[in-house]
Design a protein around this ligand. Structure first.
Ligand SMILES: *[C@@H]1O[C@H](CO)[C@@H](O)[C@H](O)[C@H]1NC(C)=O
Length: 348
C-alpha cells in the first residue's frame, strides 16, 4: 500500500496513505488535478465493474461446458449383419479393407494415397477400431463421414457409443437382432469407474451428431454373399451361422474356450483357449458358409493371412504398420469368382 504513485504521494503527503480512499481530500487538492478528485469514485466504479465482470465470467464459466457440448442424438439399432449383394464391376472394381486405424489419420491418408484410392471405383471398408488411442480420431471420422466410407463396428466404436449414451443420458445402444437387443443389458458400471482418462469416454463427449450417426451405422458383420466375403472386427464363431452370431463376441473375441469352443474370450491366454481363426480354418470354410473373413482387433498377432481368415491389424498404433488388402475378382468358367489379393502397407 505504501507503494502509491508519486502523484498521489505528493498531494496526500500529510497522511499515511493506508486510509487514502476514506480520508477527505485536502482543500489544496480540491479543484486541483482531475485525477486526484476522480480517483476515489473511480475505485468505486472499478469495484462495481469488477464485480459485474466477475459475475459474467462466472456465468460464462458455468455455461461454457454446455455451449461446447455437442447436440445429442439418440441411437438407432446397430445392424448385427448387413448384407451387400454387390460384386466386382457392380458397382465397384476393387474392395479395399483397412485394419485398425485408431485415429492415426496421417498414416491412413498416406495408405489411401499409396493404394490410389478412388471413391468412385473402390469400395473402401474400415475394419473397426478406427477411433481412439491415436492422435486424430475426429479427423479420421470427418474423413470417413465425408467420403461415405463403409465401416465395421469395432469394440472401441461400441464402447464410445456406450459412453456417449451415458454422457447424454440416452438409451444404451442395442442391436437390430431382437434376441441380442433383449439379451444384453448394458450396465452403467463403466461410468462409475475413473473414466476421466478413458479415451473412449473423452471421444464420446466430443462427438458431433454426424459422427454419432456414422458410427451408429456401422454393422457388426458385413456380408458380401456374391463374393463369399465377410468383414468383422474381432472374429466369428465357426459353429454358428452369421445370423446366429453374438455381436458382443464378434466385436471383441480373439479366442474360443474349450472343450466345446462355444464360448469366446478376448484374452488369448485364457486356459484351454484356441485362437478363433485356427478353428475357423480347420472347419475349412464349412461354416459359416465358405466365407473368407477379413478382420482386425488382433494387433498381438499382427498381419495374419490364412486361407479363410485375413487378419489386418498390423499394430499401427504401436508404431508398426497400417495395412490395406486390395481385393479384386476374376470370374472363372464355372461362374465362380476367384479372389485376388494385394497387400499394401505404410509405416506408422
Ligand atoms: C457349450 O456346449 C456345451 C455342450 O453342448 C453346453 O453344455 C454348454 O451349455 C454350451 N455353452 C454355451 C455358452 O453355449
Amino acid at each position: 500500500m505504501s507503494e502509491s504513485t508519486p502523484l498521489i504521494q505528493s498531494q496526500y503527503s500529510y497522511k499515511n496513505d493506508d486510509e487514502e480512499e476514506a480520508a477527505p481530500a485536502p482543500a489544496a487538492a480540491r479543484g486541483g488535478r482531475i485525477g486526484s478528485r476522480v480517483r476515489p469514485s473511480m475505485s468505486w466504479v472499478n469495484k462495481a465493474l469488477f464485480t459485474i465482470t466477475g459475475l459474467i465470467l462466472f456465468c460464462a464459466f458455468l455455461y461454457l461446458p454446455y455451449y461446447f457440448t455437442p447436440k445429442a442424438i439418440s441411437l438407432s439399432k446397430i445392424a448385427n449383419v448387413q448384407t451387400l449383394y454387390t460384386e466386382f464391376d457392380d458397382p465397384f472394381k476393387r474392395l479395399i479393407f483397412v485394419g485398425d486405424i485408431h485415429g492415426n489419420y496421417m498414416e491412413f491418408t498416406k495408405l489411401l494415397h499409396k493404394v490410389k484410392y478412388n471413391s468412385e471405383l473402390d469400395k473402401l471398408v474400415v475394419l473397426g477400431d478406427f477411433v481412439t488411442k491415436g492422435p486424430d480420431s475426429i479427423k479420421t471420422l470427418d474423413y470417413l463421414v465425408k467420403h461415405n466410407v463403409q465401416c465395421i463396428m469395432g469394440n472401441h466404436e461400441f464402447e464410445t457409443l456406450k459412453f456417449y449414451t451415458q454422457f447424454h443420458h440416452l438409451d444404451a445402444p442395442t442391436f437390430s437382432n431382437t434376441d441380442s437387443a433383449n439379451k444384453y443389458k448394458f450396465l452403467p458400471a463403466s461410468i462409475t469407474q475413473d473414466i476421466t482418462f478413458n479415451d473412449d469416454f473423452r471421444l464420446a463427449k466430443k462427438l458431433q451428431p454426424e459422427h454419432v450417426k456414422y458410427i451408429n451405422s456401422c454393422p457388426v458383420i458385413l456380408h458380401f454373399p456374391k463374393l463369399e466375403i465377410v468383414a468383422v472386427h474381432g472374429g466369428l464363431r465357426p459353429d454358428l451361422t452369421l445370423a446366429e452370431q453374438d455381436p458382443l463376441d464378434n466385436l471383441d473375441m480373439r479366442a474360443l474356450i474349450g472343450p466345446f469352443f462355444n464360448e469366446t474370450t478376448d484374452d488369448p491366454h485364457t486356459p484351454n483357449s484356441v485362437r478363433w481363426y485356427k478353428l475357423y480354418n480347420k472347419a475349412d470354410g464349412a461354416v459359416p458358409a465358405n466365407n473368407i473373413v477379413y478382420y482386425g482387433h488382433d494387433a498381438g498377432k499382427g498381419l495374419n493371412l490364412r486361407k479363410f481368415t485375413k487378419g489386418l491389424d498390423s499394430g499401427c498404433n504401436k508404431g508398426k504398420k497400417l495395412s490395406a488388402m486390395i481385393v479384386t475378382g476374376e470370374k472363372r468358367k464355372n461362374g465362380k469368382i476367384e479372389l485376388l489379393e494385394e497387400l499394401v502397407q505404410v509405416q506408422c
